[in-house]
Write a new protein. Structure first.
Length: 179
């Protein structure tokens, strides 16, 4: 998946176990994990195992399709993060998430990568609604989804507890008929 000409060339590659060697230095940035109940990968081997598990897809009993991508910035021959879409096959709704190394924050790369993914999910999977659940402290992600046209549709108090604190979340959604 590629972006429009004129932007920095980002390529979304289907995530594979082999991406671990390139993404381990990118994803071990502790700042990425400030607002999610996850810690940086402990090793390249552990990350490869995680990626391998993700490529197996959702368990059969779930009505889900798991799509995971490595974000590659070809202008600098550098991987900068990952994207994830969990598609509910019963209602054509996708929940999205993204992780970018902090040195790429605030430069438009996440917005560009998520936009590419959204357009492709609409085209290839007929997605009618997108959702993103974001810790209320994560102002950068909140700004990103608003810029993409998502609207706040719910608030979940105590949605999780990690790093010694409760996490409250906003749920942002966007219907494709509003694009």
């Amino acid at each position: 998946m590629r972006n429009k000409p004129g932007n920095k060339l980002l390529i979304l590659e289907p995530l594979k176990k082999e991406h671990a060697s390139k993404l381990y230095p990118v994803l071990k940035d502790p700042m990425i994990y400030s607002y999610i109940p996850e810690d940086p990968p402990i090793s390249e081997v552990a990350l490869a195992e995680k990626f391998d598990s993700l490529t197996q897809g959702a368990p059969n009993h779930l009505s889900e399709l798991w799509l995971n991508y490595a974000i590659y910035m070809s202008d600098f021959s550098q991987y900068i993060g990952t994207l994830q879409a969990t598609i509910n096959t019963d209602n054509s709704k996708a929940t999205i998430a993204y992780l970018l190394n902090s040195k790429y924050w605030g430069k438009g790369y996440a917005r560009q990568a998520v936009s590419i993914m959204i357009k492709n999910l609409i085209k290839e999977h007929g997605i009618v609604e997108f959702e993103s659940c974001i810790d209320i402290r994560n102002t950068r992600s909140l700004k990103l989804v608003k810029q993409l046209g998502f609207k706040c549709t719910d608030y979940k108090e105590n949605s999780d507890f990690f790093k010694g604190k409760p996490s409250h979340e906003y749920v942002y959604t966007m219907r494709t008929d509003h694009l």
